[in-house]
Design a protein around this ligand. Structure first.
Ligand code: PEP
Ligand code: MN
Length: 338
């Protein structure tokens, strides 16, 4: 259930409503928007008489939520969520955020060169995998914590934030020293224990859509994180598996407006994994910004052809620069900045 408070509701009135909701057996999640406070009651609400909430002082209206996700739904934050990072970087606001870097962290030179260039070109996040979910156990598995330390150092030297994939619960604590945003990869979108644990953190999570996941499943996965009190979730469209074989995955651009309609959470687009092909990354990135993506995640590498993983879909830094110039024009056309 969602209880929307009146704009002028006092703290005492809000506390009193929370108390009655808890007495009715739901756990209460509170969000304070620019205009009003919204209280989401999660739990069994089928037998709760909503009219008893409608008459409480300060209440504007009460809704029973029929969708399976309660906290991820638009009604919880009708104006949309803006995730704030250090350095004033925001994801979900007017500006389209840019996350760029190699698939895998490989060495110092690669990370420092990449950091300097992507910062100059306009990215605000440096990405790089240190724990890699590879389809083959014989493929490069990533540098682990020493790699993250390297990425963190390069990012800080150039005023960038870091984003990197966490694969299991045991990695969270040490990773949190080096990452500003945890990435949950497509293969772990339904690793519910990992999601619950990230829900206990107070650090943003970039949650990628699973390879065969519906958008409802993606939103339910975000609910695992949010129900722990961590509301800073950025969803990510990274392509899904269909019967088409011309591209590595099928980039579902329509997921962007669908998510904006269903949810208040920002959505990023990853055209690198979405297509698997260097020559297709730019067209899909342009389409994603035109469709309203709140962030773009792109794999770039100073020597893309030699990247230790995902070389075929990795852009050279020059290509990334050219792409960013195009994206800025598109962003302006759809009322965003970049
Ligand atoms: C990645 O970002 O390098 C990655 C492995 O992504 P995904 O989980 O989308 O395959
Ligand atoms: Mn990759």
């Amino acid at each position: 259930m969602i209880v929307s408070m009146q704009e002028r509701a006092t703290e005492e009135q809000i506390d009193a409503v929370i108390e009655v909701m808890e007495e009715a057996g739901v756990s209460v999640h509170r969000t304070t928007g620019a205009m009003q406070t919204i209280l989401a009651g999660v739990g069994p609400t089928a037998n709760i008489d909503l009219s008893k909430f409608e008459v409480l002082p300060g209440v504007l209206n009460v809704l029973r939520i029929s969708s399976p996700y309660k906290l991820a739904g638009r009604a919880f934050r009708p104006e949309g969520s803006v995730i704030e990072f250090a350095n004033g970087v925001k994801v979900g606001g007017e500006q389209v955020a840019v996350m760029a870097g190699p698939c895998s962290i490989e060495n110092r030179e690669q990370m420092f060169t990449t950091a300097a260039r992507v910062k100059a070109i306009g990215a605000s996040f440096l990405r790089g995998g240190a724990f890699k979910p590879r389809s083959s156990p014989y493929a490069f598995q990533g540098m682990g914590i020493p790699g993250l330390q390297m990425m963190h150092e390069a990012a800080r030297e150039h005023g960038l934030l870091t984003v990197s994939e966490v694969m299991e619960i045991s990695q969270i604590e040490e990773m949190s020293l080096y990452v500003d945003c945890f990435q949950v990869g497509a293969r772990n979108m339904q690793n519910f224990n990992l999601l619950r644990e990230l829900g206990q953190m107070r650090k943003p999570v970039l949650l990628k859509r699973g390879i065969a996941a519906t958008l409802e499943e993606l939103l339910l996965s975000s609910e695992y994180i949010m129900s722990g009190g961590n509301y800073d979730v950025i969803l990510c469209e990274r392509g899904i598996r269909t019967y088409e074989t011309a591209t590595r995955n099928t980039m579902d651009i329509s997921s962007i407006p669908v998510i904006h309609k269903l949810s208040h959470l920002p959505i990023a687009a990853d055209p690198s994994h979405g297509t698997g092909r260097r020559d297709m990354v730019a067209p899909m990135a342009r389409a994603a910004v035109a469709a309203g993506a709140d962030a773009i995640l792109v794999e770039v590498h100073p020597n893309a052809d030699k990247a230790a993983s995902d070389a075929a879909q990795t852009l050279y830094l020059e290509q990334f620069e050219e792409l960013m110039a195009q994206l800025r024009v598109i962003a302006t056309a759809v009322g965003r900045t970049m």
